[in-house]
Design a protein around this ligand. Structure first.
Ligand SMILES: Nc1nc2c(ncn2[C@@H]2O[C@H](COP(=O)(O)OP(=O)(O)OP(=O)(O)O)[C@@H](O)[C@H]2O)c(=O)[nH]1
Ligand SMILES: [Mg+2]
Length: 804
């Protein structure tokens, strides 16, 4: 590439939006600061020889956090040919603080005033010509979102790059300060280019401790610093900051005219309600409730049923034609052949005797709903068989009437029937006379396992549409702001909530987003708690449990989300009170972007980006684990000999042995069940795999309470390998990675245990010893939450950030 142009600016000013527009790529854009944490490179669409580099947002060139270091080191060491400094036009004063520093780097700079669409709408005026003179760099008005002015700004940057001329300095600081700068400049070694000297000199005067790493010779500026501090009676860092702000206010006065007749914008009006002290949290709760309710329970279930029962099941009616006629025929068939007097009587007796699931089966019969009947029979039929020597058993009648040889109504007779993937694949394998092992592997292993996961993709997409909309319109940014108010009370910053918001899509970028937190303790703590939020891959587990065990009750799916939030907040409180994490919260500076309707394209793109990664996973890691699980469940010991056996019982298989060997761990949580144990272990590979396991192995009826405890444990325990990898990278320490995993697993265990034991108490079947332990554990947790907060001995507030 012959020319490199870097995009630099404050967080959330629109760099990535511009980058995407210029390069046609699809980098993640979010409506809060700290979205981009690594630099990204692309080629300019209009001229492939021009490279564009997207940098993380920074407030100044004095880095405090990892991603700020990335941005500064790039600008100083790799020296792009030109910098486009993006300035948020709605917030010009704060943004220019960085501009005054970028100009000192000695690289040709073009200033792009972004968000002009909003500036114009509000009625503010910016005098571009005067601004350009005052800064000493070309200025172009753009709207990265609408695409206006972006060609002009690149053209200007290319021109500046080709001229190779750094900008003329348009402003001088106070003469005493200038004298000090000149004096330090003279001490700099020859490895620093002339044009960069001012930048380095100022950093040495500011006592920037990381600047020495960027030059060959360290400079001793203590004399100059002493002189300045004596004269101004302040530390040099503040002196320089003040100089910059004096300069900026002189620019603003001359160039920017705010619309004085400005009324409260719609955005302000919305914010009055949405971020209102009292209403903010209930509104947040209602919104997230609706999001999860719709994605998992209503629309989500509808699409998932179609994929699970249709596409990856028996099949479906094209456009639903014939469904009603078929349902009627099936109901008639069930009334006549399945729900015989004997069956109804047995189920009624069983329900009266309080046998688990009997009332559900009974309800399905009363509703004449054969689908629900099949489901609940599948889950609880065995219970009826087992109790009292089969007194209540209905399996003989039901199995015969619905088994292979039964003459059930045929789908194809009632409309245009499209067979599902397993049926098609099954027919194909039969046609080519495929052997039993391969047929089993393909149908019961791969198609069932991968299909179970893929079946939930539509549901995830629905969730991702909501998340993309909430992010794009600006609401998510408000959540961080609202959470800051709450977190701050416990010594935490709202910054810790941004990774959590990102983690709602996927934990990996969520964990990475913790880089924006400057305080090491808070950063570690945030990494430890981020994956408590249900990510996209956990959605299938929620949906599965909600549908299979709770008949899609309205509260199940949203409760999973709020469980995550509550555990995060309580973790924050508990951890902050420990010595290791104590300390003041970092200042949290965040401009609330104005609300705007995101474009349909951007929502779909964001949805697809996230959804696609799950589909890719289904084709790779889920495929592989489905095969392994199937092999593990069909290899085993039959009559003492080890080998493959298609009809082996789970207990006799390798997987069953593993599950049974480990299931004691989960006994106190209520799911000492080999399948659930295997599913939990596989969840470490990828959370969707929990569902994949139930696709390959049968989903044996867990009681609802045990099912919820299973759900809670799986949502909160250590995340998948990919996220653990991210935790390891961000912690940069094996010890801390283990602490994080340990903390997550123990928390998950405690929460699931409390849910199960107190759930038993409420449902009336108390386990006395379990309950006593639960009360002791709860008391201890409450103590950790409510014990007094001890001030930390090492309080350190980042002064410079506080200045901004
Ligand atoms: N109205 C309007 N919104 C914009 C414009 N440019 C960007 N945005 C919005 O501003 C928000 C932030 O955009 P990003 O491109 O992610 O910002 P960034 O500078 O890359 O942010 P970081 O990566 O966090 O530093 C997004 O919601 C964009 O849609 C614009 O010209 N007009
Ligand atoms: Mg960005």
């Amino acid at each position: 590439m012959s020319i490199k142009i870097a995009l630099a600016g404050n967080p959330n000013c629109g760099k990535t939006t511009l980058f995407n527009a210029l390069t046609g790529s699809n980098q993640y854009v979010g409506n809060w600061p700290g979205v981009t944490v690594e630099k990204k490179e692309g080629k300019y669409k209009g001229d492939k020889s021009v490279g564009i580099i997207d940098l993380p947002g920074v407030y100044s060139l004095s880095p405090y956090t990892i991603e700020e270091v990335v941005a500064r080191n790039y600008l100083v060491n790799e020296r792009p040919d030109a910098v486009i400094n993006i300035v948020d036009g709605t917030n010009i004063e704060r943004n220019l603080y960085l501009s005054t520093q970028i100009i000192e780097l000695g690289i040709p700079v073009v200033v792009a005033v972004n968000m002009m669409d909003i500036v114009n709408k509000v009625g503010d005026k910016i005098n571009i010509k005067k601004l350009s003179e005052a800064i000493g760099a070309p200025v172009v008005e753009i709207s990265a979102l609408k695409g206006t002015g972006i060609k002009e700004v690149v053209d200007a940057a290319i021109k500046a790059a080709n001229s190779k001329k750094a900008n003329e300095l348009a402003h001088k600081f106070n003469p005493t300060v200038e004298a000090a700068i000149e004096s330090v400049k003279a001490k700099l070694g020859s490895d620093v280019e002339e044009a960069q000297k001012r930048f380095f000199a100022i950093k040495f005067i500011e006592r920037d401790d990381k600047i020495a790493q960027l030059t060959a010779t360290a400079v001793d500026a203590s004399d100059e610093i002493a002189t300045l501090e004596k004269e101004f009676d302040d530390d040099t860092e503040s002196i320089i900051t003040n100089e910059r702000y004096t300069y900026i206010s002189s620019i603003i006065d001359g160039c920017v005219t705010k619309n004085s007749a400005r009324k409260l914008t719609t955005s302000d009006k919305i914010d009055r309600i949405v971020t209102n002290r009292i209403l903010a949290l209930p509104i947040f709760a209602v919104i997230m409730f609706i999001v999860y309710y719709i994605s998992v329970t209503t629309v989500g279930t509808y699409v998932t049923d179609w994929t699970n029962d249709g596409l990856f099941g028996d099949g479906f009616y094209l456009f639903g034609n014939g469904r009603a006629a078929y349902d009627e025929a099936m109901t008639d068939y069930y009334v006549e052949n399945v729900w015989t007097d004997e069956v109804v009587a047995n189920v009624e007796d069983a329900a009266e005797a309080g046998i688990t699931g009997a009332d559900e089966i009974l309800a399905a019969i009363e509703d004449q709903d054969y689908g629900t009947f099949d489901e609940s029979y599948g889950s609880y039929g065995a219970e009826l068989d087992e109790k009292e020597d089969g007194k209540y058993s209905i399996s003989e009648v039901v199995d015969e009437a619905t088994g292979e040889d039964a003459e059930l109504p045929d789908n194809a007779d009632y409309g245009v029937w499209v067979p599902g993937v397993p049926v098609l694949v099954g027919n194909l394998l039969e046609a080519i006379n495929c052997n039993e092992f391969l047929t089993g592997l393909i149908l019961d292993g791969i198609v069932a396992g991968v299909g179970a996961v893929l079946g939930f993709v539509p549901q995830m997409l629905v969730l991702f549409i909501f998340l993309a909309f909430l992010e794009g319109c600006g609401y998510m940014a408000r959540i961080a702001f609202i959470m800051d108010r709450i977190f701050r009370k416990f010594g935490l910053s709202g910054k810790s909530f941004i990774p959590i918001l990102i983690g709602t899509g996927c934990g990996v970028p969520g964990v990475m987003a913790s880089r924006t937190i400057e305080n090491e303790r808070d950063r570690r703590m945030t990494i430890m708690t981020t994956t408590f939020i249900p990510c996209g891959a956990k959605l299938p587990i929620i949906a599965l449990i909600s549908a299979a065990l709770f008949n899609n009750a309205w509260w199940v799916a949203p409760s999973a989300y709020f469980l995550g939030i509550v555990v995060i907040i309580l973790s924050g409180i508990i951890l902050k009170k420990t010595k290791i994490f104590a300390g003041d919260p970092a200042p949290f500076v965040m401009e609330l972007p104005s609300y705007h309707l995101p474009t349909v394209g951007s929502i779909l793109r964001s949805m697809w980006e996230r959804g696609w990664s799950f589909i890719k996973k289904a084709g790779t890691i889920i495929l592989l684990s489905s095969i392994l699980i199937w092999l593990g469940s069909t290899f085993g010991w039959t009559d003492g000999a080890f080998g493959w056996n298609a009809d082996i019982e789970l207990e006799d298989s390798v997987l069953g042995a593993i599950g049974n060997g480990l299931k004691w761990i989960f006994a106190p949580l209520g799911f000492a069940n080999a399948t659930a144990t295997v599913a939990t272990v596989m969840g470490l590979v990828a959370k969707e795999e929990v569902v994949g396991v139930f696709g390959v192995l049968d989903f044996e009826g867990l009681a609802p309470l045990a099912g919820y405890s299973f759900l809670a444990f799986n949502l909160l325990c250590a995340p998948c390998f990919a996220a653990i990898g991210a935790i390891k990278r961000e912690m940069n320490s094996g010890k801390w990675t283990w602490i994080a995993i340990g903390y997550q697993c123990v928390t998950a265990y405690i929460v699931a245990y409390l849910i199960y034991q107190f759930g038993l108490l409420i449902s009336g079947s108390v386990n006395v010893l379990g309950l006593i332990i639960a009360i002791v554990v709860l008391a201890f947790v409450l103590y950790l939450i409510f014990r007094p907060y001890k001030e930390a001995t090492t309080l350190k507030v980042d002064k410079k950030v506080a200045n901004i």
